[in-house]
Design a protein around this ligand. Structure first.
Ligand SMILES: [Zn+2]
Ligand SMILES: [Zn+2]
Length: 86
């Protein structure tokens, strides 16, 4: 069984919806769903380290949005990986 990390805002717990979009500003202006690409802008391939919540508008580290159901204490620091279907 594959464990998928749950994605939600570390500040308010909001779960990104399919229709949510983020803008690559002030870089290339591309609008896309940042959690489909792991924070990488498809327009300029910039890796965004932070992601702003569309609801509470708090900016948090992108990886802080990923919450594994069973994180081991003192565990590893690698970011969660997602299977991205294109
Ligand atoms: Zn939030
Ligand atoms: Zn961009």
């Amino acid at each position: 069984m594959v464990r998928q990390p749950e994605i939600h805002c570390p500040a308010c717990g909001y779960k990104p919806r399919l229709e949510d979009r983020w803008s690559c500003v002030p870089e290339c202006g591309t609008v896309w769903h940042t959690f489909w690409t792991g924070g990488v802008c498809p327009g300029c391939t910039r890796q965004w380290k932070t992601t702003q919540c569309p609801v509470c508008e708090k900016v948090s580290p992108h990886r802080a949005w990923y919450h594994l159901p069973s994180e081991e204490p003192g565990g590893r620091r690698e970011p969660a990986t997602l299977d991205i279907e294109t």
